[in-house]
Design a protein around this ligand. Structure first.
Ligand SMILES: [Fe+2]
Length: 296
């Protein structure tokens, strides 16, 4: 005698069957995430009536994205960034109390183990043609009290718009440094003025931007990871308020108003503005205080 089949026969049956198969997931959060992922993936496929050829193209795109990843190139982060997913995660994850420095995208170019540097030390010796730039400020708590010994892990592109990992000398860590705030919470970073740059477009993310007629530019910025014992770390940028690309938009949607600061131009020899850094020729300065909220 044949039994009544319970095998799924329609698209909706398949969705229900997969979700049913997840019921035994021991970890509740994994179950929640997997269930929602299946629901949304299936809804997407049904919404656009995805063809087999398009499904193959999607698999190829994700395969190419994986193949593009190396220790120095993270194409999946770039994909997440350009689809705005990174910023949605950022906004959900970091609801700061008023006054704390806002976070933004981590980006694909962070590298572990950059050089510890004294306040005022130049982290841009590999960029002799850039405009010298002194970034100075304090690390504070949300009550305005200076935080001594905070770590500021700093990285940026050179004045040609390239990160060290994109250069022929990619084995060397360049345009990076680990600075610490002093007893008054102060720090002084000597670098070169950041410039707007295109994200790498020689991979699948570049193909996606081209297919959707999107620009690949990011406004001029310097990356920071600021941390201190007893406080929540913040991963963020400061943006050059004078950069025209700010008005044209950021391909990864990372700009927040509170992270835009003025970069002021100075003639050679303005020693007060140098704040102890040794600068030759005209230079720019940016003042920015980082405010950390207490750890939970
Ligand atoms: Fe960047």
């Amino acid at each position: 005698m044949s039994s009544v089949t319970t095998r799924p026969t329609t698209e909706d049956d398949i969705t229900a069957a997969v979700i049913d198969r997840l019921q035994g997931t021991p970890d509740p959060r994994t179950k929640e995430i997997m269930t929602s992922l299946v629901k949304h993936l299936h809804a997407f496929v049904k919404d656009v009536q995805l063809t087999e050829a398009e499904w193959f193209e999607g698999i190829k795109f994700l395969t190419d994205t994986g193949h593009m990843c190396t220790g120095m190139r993270q194409e999946f982060i770039l994909l997440s960034d350009t689809l705005g997913v990174s910023m949605v995660v950022d906004l959900i994850s970091h609801r700061k109390p008023a006054g704390a420095t806002e976070s933004t995208v981590f980006g694909p170019f962070y590298r572990e183990g950059s050089q510890p540097r004294a306040n005022g030390e130049n982290m841009a010796t590999a960029d002799p043609n850039g405009t010298p730039c002194v970034i100075a400020g304090r690390v504070l708590d949300t009550a305005g009290k200076p935080i001594a010994g905070a770590l500021l892990d700093v990285w940026q592109a050179n004045s040609e718009g390239f990160y060290d990992a994109q250069l022929p000398t990619h084995d060397q860590l360049q345009m990076r440094g680990q600075y610490h705030s002093d007893n008054d919470g102060r720090f002084v970073i000597l670098t070169t003025r950041p410039v707007a740059y295109p994200i790498p477009t020689d991979g699948p993310v570049g193909r996606m931007l081209k297919a959707t007629n999107r620009h690949a530019m990011r406004p001029a910025h310097v990356h920071f990871k600021v941390s201190a014992d007893g406080y929540e770390p913040v991963t963020t940028h400061i943006f050059d308020g004078g950069d025209a690309q700010l008005k044209k938009g950021d391909t990864v949607f990372g700009v927040k108003d509170s992270l835009i600061t003025e970069f002021t131009e100075h003639p050679a020899g303005d020693t007060a503005a140098m704040k102890g850094a040794k600068v030759n020729g005209p230079f720019v300065t940016a003042d920015f205080d980082f405010v950390l909220k207490p750890a939970k």
